[in-house]
Ligand binder design. Sequence first.
Ligand SMILES: [Zn+2]
Length: 566
Amino acid sequence: MTGHVHFKGIEEKDTARYPLTTDDNVQLLLTRCRGGDRGPVLLSHGLGVSSEIFTTGTIETSLAAFLYQAGYDVWLLDFRASILLPACRTQFTGDDVAFHDYPAAVAEVRRLTGAADIQVVVHCFGATTFFMSMLAGLQGVRSAVCSQVATHMVTSRLTRMKAALRLARLSRLVGIDAFDASPPRPERFRDRLLDLLLYLYPIRRKERCSNPVCRRIAFMYAELYNHANLSGELHAHLDDLFGVANISAFMHLATMVRTGFVVNRKGSDIYLPQLRRLNIPITFIHGSDNICFYPESTEISCNLLGKYNGRDLYNRVVVPGYGHIDCIFGKNAHRDVFPAIVAHLDETRAVRPGRAGAPEVSVAAGITFRERMSGRFAASRGGGTTSAEALRGRLTLSLAITLADLAGFIRDPEHRGVLSGTVSHPMFGAPVLVDHGVFKLFAPTEDPATRLMVYEFGFTCDGVSYFLAGRKWLRNDWYLDLWPDTTTLFVTLYEGEDAGGRVLGKGKVRLSLFGLFRLVTTFTALNSATASGRRRTLCRFLGFFAANIVAIYLPFLRRKTNGQGS
Ligand SMILES: [Zn+2]
């Protein structure tokens, strides 16, 4: 944690910055504005801007100040597209944000607040990538407010033309690797020439103005606001709010605009097949005059999700007289837009993801920890075009294990928890998020002297479903083999959604000694308000673990323990 920050309408003592690093080693930033006990809300910005669109002091009340004053614990996320971060100058796509930034940010907010799940408010590129992350299996989000675009994109002929002309790709060919709405030295010949040329760019008559930033924004994205909704001060400071956006992100966006819905950077339809993962309450907010993404965009998402998961989960608000980003920083957004955001957050304060149907509230103390195992794995055959080299290589499982209700976990004869995280292997390219993961600790087998640790999960890569089943066999052989037993995971990879499919390969992954030390540092108690409560929860889990190890490996001591922990 680093020092306090000054934002208009927010007490400095309630603010703090928390840098964080993603699993692909990119530095992100979380900024907390703790307004009260109404629970954590993560705010996520769009492309070529930063979290300052939520905190700007150039309007009467910013969205962050509004939520803070409503008693929410506001967490501003600056993900890798943020113009506040060095990462915005690198090349990345929406897939990178979906697979690395959201899992890291949501996990960090849950860890720092102890909340089992959080709410989010996501805008534009931050919304699209949030939905991709959810469709890829992101866990821990209870409800969402989505501004302007979600899974589908209906755009103007001009935007489609720019996408069809491959403008972004062409720019890269001539050596441009980013567009900047506020170039650092606008007096440079190149930038002045561009500004002059942009006078020719078609902008609606009533939206024309003398600010070159407005024309650059219109060229890079589309017209993003109705000028009538902006305060004079904000309009004069647009160059502070808008900045650089990289070409790879534009190319990915253009691919999605051409397709009409979220796809990965290669254009594969890996996200939409998982629409059931979006069965959380969502309010879509759209400006009626948005010409960047037409209001039909969220109408399609809302209707489609309603068909899959039930209409009562989704709500859509069209704000008359608003364009795109003026819904976030318009001078009257605190009157016209923000109340709908708070209404949604208030309504879904106590709702948890309803995979099982009925909403429920979890207040039981739980525990979470992370485990990373790695080892050689050779697949016998992959899906379709996989090359022979790609079939061999290291398999790495980076997993988070959550026992949301520790007492229930100990009572459960199979001791089940939930797995999330990623699986990496050369045949999958980038790390893939795991889905519907099950963890079992000391699950009984037919042999009373043998217990199992089970790690099972499905995942989807390039539209193909896989299932990975891993087992650690805990058995006291003639020598004390506690270390290899508890650290070696025997894995089998299947095609399809369960262990009934064709076997694609087998291997072993291990937890290293260093990995064990790291694992121990990640133990976090959930849903305990006090330090003593957190200590009790951790002690209870460690007691349970120790009692079972003794029961398996030192059975002659068993009379002194009950084998089930206390
Ligand atoms: Zn303007």
